[in-house]
Design a protein around this ligand. Structure first.
Ligand SMILES: Nc1ncnc2c1ncn2[C@@H]1O[C@H](COP(=O)(O)OP(=O)(O)OP(=O)(O)O)[C@@H](O)[C@H]1O
Length: 611
């Protein structure tokens, strides 16, 4: 595979919207109009013009006909094949076979890890395949195939074959809109969808307007999944190949700690906010028999498509916190997670599933025997085109107000919902006073930032503020170099994960605004080292008695972020002086260690915006 390369993917005025050319010429600001007209070939004469309606009557808030936003895909009569069945039934395998045999193709999946896995699989099968995710583009010379995260789906290019994996995520509150966009927008001859049967009805309804042909192929599970009649009872009973599923970071670490202190097993961990590279390594460790990491403790992130050598899934609980309150897991969620056990062709071809507490067993058994309810609505989000056109015709409205208009309108459509806007609204409000162009504002609003993470949100504000001053946004302006050691506590680890999100955000922005975010190389290497520190930290955090001297001084030095910080030569001396400092350590731990600096002093090296 080729090396990491830069790419620019500004929100495209893709002319994918049926609007009146007259409106484009007369009402759009020059920059938008030029960009709109510059797109090759796909300016469509508006249905509004063809009915002689005045452009002023165009209802840009009309979200009921999203298939019209993708005229290139509408030029094709696509053959859509939906592969449905339980997990581990071979549906993705069959879809990927079509992709492999096609002259050109695109795979769209929900996880970077999955995109990586598919790109690797294709290349191993001598089908050259590039990898594209929000954070990277690994182009393979001569490749006519691409594996990507669904958000990156290119609706302006023709492929012979397309695959959308885990299509039931079309109903996902936060990301469903990207699946709807790929479903309607991929300009392919043949489109394969893989997922849960619950998605058939909504997909059928959405495609009804497109003129595509639609067929459904049913699959049965390839290997048995046995719900056990006995609960685990205690974590001291775990065995090699077990995967314990928990729904909060805190629980994941306390379970890991309990297992590692009560029996001789080592645990790998997988959860959503871990850097993807770290997740991959943890998965690899678990899959590798010789690694010694024979138990997996994971969040529900483990439920999607990954090929894992799991013998048995153990639910620590059947409830999860959904952001506002505790709720029971849905039948679909229980089936999806349980289905990870016993992969066809793996070391454990027969899977088992149980719970920690025997009180949960009846619900588990009932859920596994129940059909999932059909999904009722799909996510939707207006294209930048629509937002730009509506904003242009309402110049006095703030961007938040424009977004709110769309959200209100989406509530009127039974087939679609628009939730993703909430995080966009939070960002739009935060950036409202900054003098940004609509395009730049939109870009900051859609960047993949965790709005619950204060450090990441602080970074975003700082990045946007510097950018709005029309200055270069260097790393030096926002992060003070420091020596950061392997985290040994959950708090320290969490802070490092936040720092990783900040660095990812910088990289994401630098790939799209490279003239302003000029330190991409530094951010990338920082990110990598940050990930290495997190990996090392994962081995320490959760153990009953953290071992103080796991690494020798040289290793620690290699692991420290000082290495990259020192590439900013002007700061090098400062860093050298603070070689003994511990950043991101818990207060208690710091006080307990004679000679170490207090937490107040440590904060000196926190990213600047947190002070
Ligand atoms: N016909 C086949 N020949 C060889 N291996 C197969 C075949 N079908 C499936 N497999 C293997 O079985 C495993 C499960 O298949 P696959 O990932 O396609 O299932 P799935 O139904 O898509 O599961 P999930 O919903 O969990 O992603 C994979 O390792 C896959 O490579």
């Amino acid at each position: 595979m080729g090396c990491l390369s830069r790419f620019v993917s500004l929100p495209r005025l893709s002319a994918s919207l049926e609007v009146g050319l007259g409106y484009v010429n007369n009402c759009l600001p020059r920059k938008l109009r030029d960009a709109f007209l510059a797109e090759e070939g796909y300016i469509f004469r508006s249905r509004f013009l063809s009915t002689q309606r005045s452009p002023s009557l165009v209802d840009f808030l009309d979200l009921t006909l999203p298939h019209t936003w993708y005229p290139f895909a509408r030029t094709k009569k696509r053959r859509v094949v939906m592969h449905v069945g339980p997990t581990n039934s071979g549906k993705t395998y069959m879809a990927l076979e079509s992709l492999r045999l096609s002259a050109s193709g695109v795979y769209c999946g929900p996880l970077r890890l999955l995109a990586w896995e598919i790109a690797e699989r294709m290349n191993k099968a001598n089908v050259l395949c590039s990898l594209i995710t929000g954070q990277e583009k690994r182009e393979v010379t001569g490749a006519k195939h691409q594996a990507m995260t669904v958000e990156m789906a290119d609706v302006t290019r023709h492929f012979e074959c397309g695959v959308i994996d885990e299509i039931q995520m079309i109903a996902c509150w936060d990301r469903g809109f990207s699946f709807t966009r790929a479903l309607l927008g991929l300009a392919v001859d043949e489109l394969h969808l893989c997922g849960d049967p619950a998605a058939v009805s909504i997909v059928d309804q959405i495609l009804a307007t497109t003129g595509d042909t639609f067929e459904v192929k049913q699959y049965e599970r390839l290997s048995p999944l046995v719900p056990q009649t006995r609960a685990l009872g205690s974590y001291s009973h775990v065995r090699k190949g077990d995967c314990v599923v928990a729904f909060s970071r805190r629980d994941i670490y306390s379970i890991k700690k309990e297992i590692e202190s009560s029996c001789k097993h080592n645990c790998s961990v997988v959860y959503g906010s871990l850097p993807p590279e770290t997740r991959t390594k943890q998965v690899t460790l678990f899959n590798d028999v010789a690694s010694g990491s024979d138990i997996l403790v994971a969040s529900d992130a483990v439920g999607m498509g990954l090929n894992l050598n799991i013998r048995r899934i153990i639910f620590s609980t059947l409830e999860k916190f959904d952001g506002t309150s505790m709720r029971a897991l849905t039948v679909a969620e229980i089936k999806q997670i349980a289905g990870r056990a016993g992969r066809y062709g793996s070391k454990f071809p027969e899977g088992a599933v149980t719970c920690l507490d025997k009180e949960d067993l009846p619900l588990l058994h009932h859920s596994l025997a129940t059909l999932t309810c059909p999904l009722e609505a799909a996510g939707l989000f207006p294209s930048f085109d629509l937002l730009a056109l509506y904003s242009a015709s309402h110049p006095n409205m703030t961007f938040s107000a424009v977004l709110e208009k769309f959200v209100a309108k989406a509530r009127m459509s039974p087939q679609f919902f628009m939730r993703h806007c909430e995080s966009m609204l939070i960002i739009a409000d935060m950036l409202e006073k900054l003098p940004l162009s609509l395009e730049d504002r939109f870009l900051f609003c859609v960047c993949p930032v965790d709005t619950d993470d204060h450090m990441a949100m602080g970074a975003l504000l700082q990045f946007a503020t510097e950018f709005s001053r029309q200055e270069m946004v260097t790393m030096k302006k926002v992060i003070t170099p420091a020596t950061i050691r392997v985290p040994r506590t959950q708090t320290a680890l969490q802070q490092l994960e936040s720092l990783h999100k900040v660095l990812e955000l910088y990289v994401w922005l630098s790939l799209r605004m490279e003239d302003a975010f000029v330190d991409q190389e530094a951010a990338l290497s920082q990110k990598e080292l940050c990930g290495m520190l997190i990996e090392q930290g994962l081995q320490l955090v959760g153990r009953a008695k953290p071992k103080r001297k796991v690494h020798n001084k040289r290793e620690l030095k290699l692991m420290s972020l000082k290495g990259i910080a020192s590439s900013w030569t002007s700061e090098r001396e400062e860093v050298e002086k603070d070689d003994s400092s511990h950043l991101f350590q818990d207060k208690d731990e710091l006080h307990a260690e004679k000679g170490h600096k207090s937490i107040a002093e440590s904060e000196l090296w926190m990213p600047k915006w947190t002070r």
